[in-house]
Write a protein that binds this ligand. Structure first.
Ligand SMILES: Nc1ncnc2c1ncn2[C@@H]1O[C@H](COP(=O)(O)OP(=O)(O)OP(=O)(O)O)[C@@H](O)[C@H]1O
Ligand SMILES: [Mg+2]
Length: 222
């Protein structure tokens, strides 16, 4: 099987004081190279939780996530961090840019962490593709919400991930900018890799090859 990612029977239970929150119960998903999928579902259905489990950021209560055949939660933390840096791009629902760094520095960060050289030109190209060539030296507090979101998208694309996981990537954008950013995401990820989008927007979801709905803890193909 040449799946980029294989999600096998994932469950996630949050423990909150004496309460148990069963968010995801039994999720199965295979993602092939060059495939794009959209995940929809009501607020609170567990979409962000699922994406974090898929991205190696939150360990599941049950099940496995295989990335190129490697089980993400059965390897050491350092190896998981390396897989995340090199293979997985993540756009958070609430974009976590580093506040003391400029837009350009934020986009460069994953490459700096991986100790690569000559990445600044690539970062500028990505920022230009998301329409921010005039905001390179702005810090997050000097950017609008939608601009911060676009910086986060450029940062997620920086390492040319084989899988991009994007949680409401165009949630704060007007329709024109949203279409432009979606175009960048789809075209870059279709060349090489796979795209997983969580969205409430039917307009965005329709651009994906497959649309799933997360409901009652399970993923159902629409
Ligand atoms: N750390 C936590 N501890 C306990 N419960 C949590 C925790 N994080 C999330 N939850 C609960 O799990 C459920 C799923 O949350 P999640 O953020 O995955 O939903 P979502 O589908 O992304 O929703 P939205 O569309 O509003 O972003 C919610 O009911 C939430 O309250
Ligand atoms: Mg969410």
């Amino acid at each position: 099987m040449n799946d980029l990612m294989h999600v096998q029977g994932i469950a996630k239970v949050y423990q909150k004081a004496h309460d148990q929150v069963d968010v995801i119960e039994d999720v199965h998903l295979r993602i092939a190279n060059r495939e794009s999928i959209a995940i929809m579902g009501e607020s609170g259905a567990g979409k962000s939780t699922l994406l974090q489990v898929m991205g190696g950021l939150l360990s599941p209560s049950k099940g496995k996530v295989l990335v190129d055949g490697v089980s993400l939660y059965d390897v050491r933390d350092a190896q998981r961090a390396q897989i995340r840096n090199q293979k997985i791009g993540f756009v958070f629902q609430f974009h976590y840019l580093l506040p003391e760094f400029t837009a350009l520095e934020n986009v460069c960060m994953p490459a700096r962490i991986a100790r690569l050289h000559g990445y600044e030109e690539k970062a500028k190209t990505l920022l230009t593709q998301v329409g921010l060539e005039h905001r390179l030296t702005h810090k997050p507090s000097e950017l609008s919400g939608g601009e911060q979101q676009r910086v986060a998208i450029a940062r997620a694309l920086m390492m040319q991930p084989s899988i991009l996981l994007a949680d409401e990537p165009t949630g704060n954008l007007d329709q024109k900018t949203s279409d432009q950013v979606a175009q960048v995401l789809f075209s870059l990820m279709q060349e090489k890799g796979a795209l997983v989008l969580v969205t409430h927007s039917m307009r965005l979801a329709e651009k994906a090859d497959k649309v799933y709905r997360l409901t009652k803890g399970e993923l159902v193909l629409e």
